[in-house]
Design a protein around this ligand. Structure first.
Ligand code: SF4
Length: 179
């Protein structure tokens, strides 16, 4: 099933800025660090989204993720320049989110009823208009992978992606698909 999902990912049409890929990752190669939560505290989206800290459940995410049999990092490699950066940043996040939901749906239809995913960046399902009172789309909104305390730079390195900051000409939007 992992190879089947990777094939679907490779055949998924994307826009001209994004290139969608997927790689298997062992649970021991997903790097959790407490200090990642400190970055959430200084993020512009802190307490601004229903799927960002402090609004997410206080679960043991390392344990929850280790309970799944299969894990894929699904990611967009995104080209940008000064003029396109703001647009492609938003677009790449939404596109990854949409593709992860569609992969989850495929898994659901193949009997993996606990399949789920974590997105790259905060939820932009409502295009910058996150509801003040409740999540409008609880079945579609997803938690960003970073909000679980995953050091995505170190984790990506374990599948061969070398992410450096500040970004230059390309950046990655990385999510996690579990089933
Ligand atoms: S689906 Fe909409 S309301 Fe819910 S977290 Fe995402 S942006 Fe906010």
């Amino acid at each position: 099933m992992e190879s089947e999902i990777i094939k679907i990912v490779k055949e998924t049409p994307t826009n001209k800025y994004c290139c969608l890929s997927a790689e298997k990752i062992k649970k021991t190669n997903i790097v959790f660090e407490e200090r990642v939560f400190l970055k959430c505290l200084t993020c512009q989206k802190y307490n601004q989204k229903w799927t960002c800290p402090p609004n997410i459940p206080n679960l043991n995410y390392r344990k929850a993720i280790s309970e799944y049999d299969y894990r894929l990092l699904v990611y967009n490699k995104v080209e940008f320049n000064k003029e396109t950066f703001i647009d492609v940043r938003r677009m790449s996040s939404r596109e990854l989110h949409k593709n992860l939901l569609s992969l989850e749906n495929y898994l659901w239809n193949n009997g993996f009823f606990l399949a789920t995913s974590f997105i790259g960046g905060s939820c932009k399902f409502c295009d910058g208009d996150c509801s003040k009172n409740f999540c409008r789309y609880p079945t579609k909104s997803r938690i960003p992978i970073e909000a679980l305390g995953i050091n995505i730079v170190k984790t990506a390195k374990n599948i061969g992606l070398d992410i450096k900051f500040p970004v230059d000409k390309i950046f990655y939007r990385i999510g996690l698909l579990l089933w």
